[in-house]
Design a protein around this ligand. Structure first.
Ligand SMILES: [Cu+2]
Length: 174
């Protein structure tokens, strides 16, 4: 009790002596505040900027020819037909459901040319998730992908419901 009283008196003395009440409050308020603010501002801003940059690509319309790829069930095999097509920049691919739906078109993020992700997302009709089209159910329904304003290279894609059954293909853009 004697110790406690002494300590209290001492701290009161210190506070009183240097006017530390204000200073200490100002320091403790100022010190953590910039750190927290900086961390909070930096992290979402960086993430947001990246997302925004990736998401702000506007659809580049097909300027060349449109190649048709069928999505079908052949016996017990699900496939894109033809599975491999070679086109020029500016061409498009129309994926048409023939049978065996539901089917969709999903590009593999690791299987497309570097830097093509944002534009490809913008160029997929009815894009539903990253590089992934909406699901199509009925014969005659289709997904169209423009390969305008994207880098040349190989674009690997698959059908999500039938990936395990090997329903995949490659669009090569020259
Ligand atoms: Cu499928």
């Amino acid at each position: 009790m004697r110790f406690y009283a002494f300590a209290f008196a001492a701290s009161a003395l210190v506070l009183g002596a240097c006017g530390g009440g204000d200073k200490k409050a100002a320091d403790s308020a100022a010190a953590p505040a910039p750190d927290t603010t900086a961390a909070a501002a930096t992290t979402p801003a960086a993430g947001g900027a990246t997302t925004t940059a990736a998401g702000t690509a506007t659809a580049a319309p097909i300027t060349g020819k449109t190649v048709e790829v069928k999505m079908l069930m052949d016996g017990s095999t699900y496939k894109f037909d033809p599975a491999n097509v070679t086109i020029a920049k500016g061409d498009g691919v129309k994926f048409v459901l023939v049978s065996g739906g539901p089917h969709n078109v999903a590009f593999d993020p690791a299987g497309i040319p570097a830097g093509s992700n944002a534009q490809l997302n913008a160029n997929i009709s009815e894009v539903q998730a990253d590089l992934t089209s909406a699901m199509k159910m009925a014969p005659g329904e289709s997904i169209t992908v423009s390969f305008a304003n994207v880098p040349a290279g190989q674009y690997n894609y698959h059908c999500v419901p039938h990936l395990a059954m090997g329903m995949k293909g490659v669009v090569t853009v020259q």
